[in-house]
Design a protein around this ligand. Structure first.
Ligand code: MRU
Length: 354
């Protein structure tokens, strides 16, 4: 899979402008940390792992900016010089914990001080980027092993190569599952209002030659009632210590439907998406985006003038609706607080479908 959402050439960060897909493949260059934060907030780059990686490169740019303005020596001086830029990066979007996680790791490096802070941050960003791709490949194997042959699956939003360092989380499982003969068909929900399903997931599936059908989000219940579906497979933006899964708005509804119709529900995420500091999903901040994303389409009104709208970008699926959480460290079946805690203690034995 050659789709790369993020490229780094040593000087500049290049982001594939996902707002323009699938019509245009355009990479935009970034040399200022504040512009990277704007790109994250404005959906040029999106998807929890991808925005974490973009922020890590943004922190490299922040360190270079700090080094230009003064000659910081020790850790506190570096942290003070970089703090405003890092705060802007951290606040670009509130829900995906990968963002704060990556900025926190950058702060740890900056706190060590010394002239080599920018170089150290660059090594960190490159490492997080490469590590995310490795994690996705591992999750692909682990998640695919849960699928019986010729499974039919449903995915929501885009949790593919575009949303990560590469390969994808939910779409990584789908890629690996299809390659291994375990997936025969994929249903992709269009995912209003940004249409990550139809613009991005369908694009990735088509590039790979994986058979798929798009459907409007409202058709999911009918599909589950009338068609054989084995798994709903999604990514996540933040998972709490009790296994509650926060993901793109609409995911919770899919989980309720899946349970009602006897379809299993799998969330696929790297451990960088787990927030063990939050006891449950109730504490996860839900991003509220502009009402115009609902009342307009590409700048054209699709609602009466002055229409009120709410636009929560994410929702929380309670752990008891989740059949499996797949991470690069292992699989937690029927997740709960104990299972989540064990994930951070040891490698897991890997459940399999056969
Ligand atoms: O608003 P987005 O497009 O950033 O939302 C993305 C999602 O909800 C994804 O499912 C999630 O980040 C996982 S991506 C591997």
């Amino acid at each position: 899979m050659h789709v790369e959402a993020i490229r780094w050439d040593g000087e500049r960060l290049w982001l594939l402008d996902q707002r323009r897909l699938p019509h245009e493949v355009t990479y935009l260059p970034y040399q200022l940390s504040a512009a990277v934060a704007e790109a994250i907030a404005g959906m040029v780059v999106r998807g929890a792992p991808a925005i974490g990686i973009a922020a890590a490169y943004g922190a490299v740019l922040a360190a270079r900016e700090a080094a230009r303005d003064l000659a910081p020596g020790d850790g506190p001086a570096w942290l003070a010089a970089m703090a405003p830029a890092l705060d802007v990066l951290r606040r670009a979007r509130p829900t995906a914990v990968n963002l704060g996680w990556a900025v926190g790791l950058a702060e740890d490096q900056a706190a060590q001080g010394g002239e080599e802070v920018p170089a150290r941050l660059e090594r960190l960003a490159r490492y997080l980027h490469a590590q995310d791709i490795d994690a996705n490949r591992r999750m692909g194997e682990l998640g695919a092993a849960l699928l019986a042959r010729d499974s039919v699956v449903y995915t929501h939003c885009n949790a593919g190569a575009l949303a990560t360092g590469g390969f994808g989380t939910a779409l990584g499982v789908i890629r690996a599952g299809f390659a291994g003969g375990r997936i025969s068909h994929v249903y992709a929900g269009e995912t209003r209002p940004w249409l990550q399903g139809s613009r991005l997931t369908a694009w990735e599936l088509a590039e790979e030659g994986i058979p798929y059908s798009l459907l409007v989000d409202g058709a999911a219940a009918h599909l589950m009632k009338t068609t054989r579906l084995d798994w709903v497979i999604v990514g996540a933006d933040r998972v709490a210590a009790n296994g509650d899964v926060c993901n793109k708005i609409g995911t919770y509804g899919l989980a309720v439907l899946a349970r009602h119709h006897g379809v299993r529900f799998m969330a696929v995420l790297p451990t960088s998406t787990v927030d063990m500091s939050l006891a449950s999903g109730h504490e996860i901040p839900i991003e509220q985006r502009a009402a115009t994303e609902v009342t307009q389409w590409a700048g054209t009104p699709v609602a009466p003038p002055g229409a009120a709208a709410i636009n929560p970008a994410f929702d929380v699926t309670p752990a008891d609706l989740v059949d499996a959480i797949v991470t690069e460290r292992g699989v937690i079946e029927r997740p709960d607080a104990g299972g989540m805690a064990r994930l951070f203690e040891k490698e897991f034995a890997t459940p399999r479908a056969d």
